[in-house]
Structure formats: C-alpha cells, structure tokens
Ligand binder design. Structure first.
Ligand SMILES: [Zn+2]
Ligand SMILES: [Zn+2]
Length: 395
C-alpha cells in the first residue's frame, strides 16, 4: 500500500509499505477514505517531538471502511467508521473512569521506557505519533490496523459525508474537551489562544456551553475571521497588546477561563519566546510556552486554565507565582475521544455542530507532502487539509 512516511525534519514522503495485517483478536483493518493533517503532525514535521524513526507512517485523524475483522472485533465488514486517535483498551483502571487517553494497555511494554523516563509514567498509544506512544502506524495511508476496535471506532450513518464526521477522530472532541476542562459557566468570559482547528472548535464549543463572551487571539487574519463567524471577539496579537485588551474587555478583572490551543510552537517576539525558540532548536523536548504564560497571567483570580495545546518536554520561566497567588486551576491532557465521540456525532446529526467550514483543501494521498508544506508555511489560508486516497495525484 501507499503511505505518508516521516524521514526527518521537514521531510515526509509517500512510500510503498506492506499492507497491515490482523495481529490481535480485537483488531480490524480499515480502508482509509479520508484522513486529515493535524496541527500536531506539524510538531513531528518540525522534529520537535522525540521518538520518531525514519519510515514511520504518520496520521492520527482518519476514517474509512472496515475490510477485515479479528475474531473479537465487534465491527462488521463494510461498516463506515471514524477512529479515535487515542488507542484505548476499554478495560483498565483508566478506561473504566473514561480517562481513555491514559489507557495503561495500549502502549506496548517494550516502548514504555522513554515516556516513563520523561513523564514519570508511560504514555498511552496514539496512531502515527512517535515511538513514545507505541510506534503505531498511522492512518495517512491506504490501510491501517486498528487495535481494540471494539472500543474506539464509531460507526457513522451513510447520510453523513466524510467531511462532516472526520474530525470526530481528534480535533472536534479536543476542542470540546478544552471547553469542558475550562468548566464554563453561563455568562463567563472565555479567552482562547490560537485560531487553529482546535482553537476554532473550542470557540464553537464555548459558545454552545453558554459563555457570554468568547475572545480569540491569533495573528492570522483569515483564521480570526472564522472565529468571528461563531460570535467570538478577536485580538490580533501583532496589532494589539493582548493582556491590556483582555483587561479592557473584562472590566479589569480578566477572563474567567482561558484556553491555550497553541502549544509548544508558540510565536512572538517577546524575550521569553526568543529564548524558548533557541532552546528548542538545540534539543527536541524543549517547549515554547509563550501562549501559556500569557494565558496564566491574563486569567482572573481563581480562574481556570485549560490546555489542549500539545507540549512534549520541559518548560522554564514558568509563572508558578501567578498560579499560586491567583489560585488558578489548570486542566490538560490528551483527549478522551471515546468519552465524547457519541454525543458529538449526535450534535452533528442534529445540525448543532458543523465542522466542514474548516476544510480549505482536499488533496490526494500522493500529494500529502505538498499538504504538509503548505499547512506549515501558509497557515492563514491552509486551515485544514483532508487527504483522500481515492483521489488522483494533482487533482
Ligand atoms: Zn490531531
Ligand atoms: Zn485501557
């Protein structure tokens, strides 16, 4: 089969690989119909996440048709499914508490040492996201093996298109959990850093959860426009002093909740970020935390900080004093996709949520390297790339 593979920093290629096979009884094989490039794939593309090997197949946002099932899979051949990016057994202590992204059984034992050393505990499995998370082949390919297929994948009705449901695999539940973690109360002001896919879905979710005022911070005009369509007020950080603007918009109090949907590759020319950029160039595993620092300083006393943005390593210049003195709560984590996916599918079916506005480009799988380059370099216009293995190259 053909698959998009990682070969080093800013070097991805479409290669030929052996087709995946059923290994465990609960596996299925999915023929991919649509798969998206994620902002967090760009962290791999930029080489700032450790644990990648040349030839690894990328991709953790995908859906398709079941073509083969293991004897203990509950899926049937021919079903159309969306697959959560987090791989979860459904039976361990964490899965039982719906903390699916903390599953103890999805990262093979031989892969656990590196993340255990870095984080104190081994990470769970994630498709196509380095050997820290199990070294699983991803779904930017013609076929993929899905473990624990009786727990993760959700069957989607035929009247919904791929574009309508694909983002249930990651970014929609991630934006939703970001808002959920911000513990939004009706009437709240919520500030969201980053108008990327997760930030935009967090804005949409915060509005649905009853926030009175949602403010989105970014520097890409088109992406900010998309946030405005959901009723958000916007701050372009290249034109406006963010903290001053936020204070003005909240009567000098600060937002009740803040969401960092930027993560480890924050932009900006403030001294803290310039230092972070240098450190990250020297060693993978160093984070750029400018957006998060700004969010912590801006949130009101007793406020909530939600962090869906991806961080992978160590951060310094951490505003611990602000956290303590203001009595802030911080919630973060990889998304518990399986916890949210059914409810979000229902909201899509009922027309409450539409995510198709985000897709700027459909490309063939063969054109995936072009997709990565443009999603990386032209962030304002290339808001989301969907790859379709059935499309002809250059179509
Ligand atoms: Zn993703
Ligand atoms: Zn589990």
């Amino acid at each position: 089969m053909r698959a998009l593979t990682w070969h080093g920093t800013n070097d991805v290629r479409v290669d030929t690989h052996p087709d995946p096979e059923i290994i465990n009884p609960r596996d299925t094989i999915i023929k991919i119909t649509s798969t998206a490039i994620c902002g967090s794939d760009l962290h791999l593309y930029d080489g700032v996440i450790p644990g990648m090997k040349s030839g690894d197949i990328l991709g953790h946002e995908f859906m398709g048709e079941v073509v083969e099932t293991g004897p203990k899979s509950t899926l049937k051949k021919g079903q159309r499914v969306v697959v959560p990016f987090t791989i979860s057994c459904g039976q361990c202590f964490f899965c039982q508490q719906q903390q699916y992204s903390a599953c103890d059984n999805s990262n093979p034992v031989e892969k656990q040492d590196a993340s255990e050393m870095l984080y104190g505990h081994p990470m769970s499995g994630i498709f196509g996201y380095s050997h820290l998370t199990g070294g699983y082949a991803g779904g930017q390919a013609e076929y993929v093996r899905v473990p624990f297929s009786d727990v993760g994948p959700i069957v989607v009705p035929d009247h919904l298109t791929d574009d309508q449901v694909l983002f249930l695999s990651d970014i929609l539940p991630t934006g939703w959990m970001a808002a959920d973690n911000a513990e939004i109360q009706p009437g709240d002001t919520v500030a969201v850093w980053g108008a990327g896919p997760v930030g935009l879905f967090a804005v949409q979710s915060a509005v649905l959860m009853g926030a009175a005022q949602v403010i989105c911070i970014d520097h890409h005009p088109h992406r900010l426009e998309l946030a405005q369509k959901f009723g958000a007020k916007i701050i372009n950080f290249e034109e406006t002093h963010v903290r001053e603007a936020l204070m003005e918009m909240t009567g000098g109090i600060g937002p009740d909740a803040v969401i960092d949907a930027v993560g480890m590759e924050a932009h900006g020319f403030t001294p803290d970020n310039v230092l972070d950029v240098v450190k990250q160039k020297i060693a993978p595993g160093a984070d750029r935390g400018h957006a998060l620092r700004q969010a912590i300083l801006a949130v009101r006393k007793g406020g909530r900080v939600s962090v869906p943005g991806v961080y992978g390593g160590m951060l310094d210049k951490w505003p611990l004093g602000a956290m303590m003195e203001k009595g802030i709560t911080i919630k973060t984590g990889q998304t518990h996709v399986q916890k949210y996916i059914k409810d979000l599918l229902r909201r899509i079916e009922e027309g409450e949520i539409d995510t198709t506005f985000l897709i700027s480009h459909h490309l063939s799988l063969e054109d995936a390297p072009t997709g990565y380059r443009n999603f990386h370099d032209k962030q304002n216009e290339w808001t989301k790339v969907v790859l379709r293995p059935d499309m002809a190259k250059g179509a």
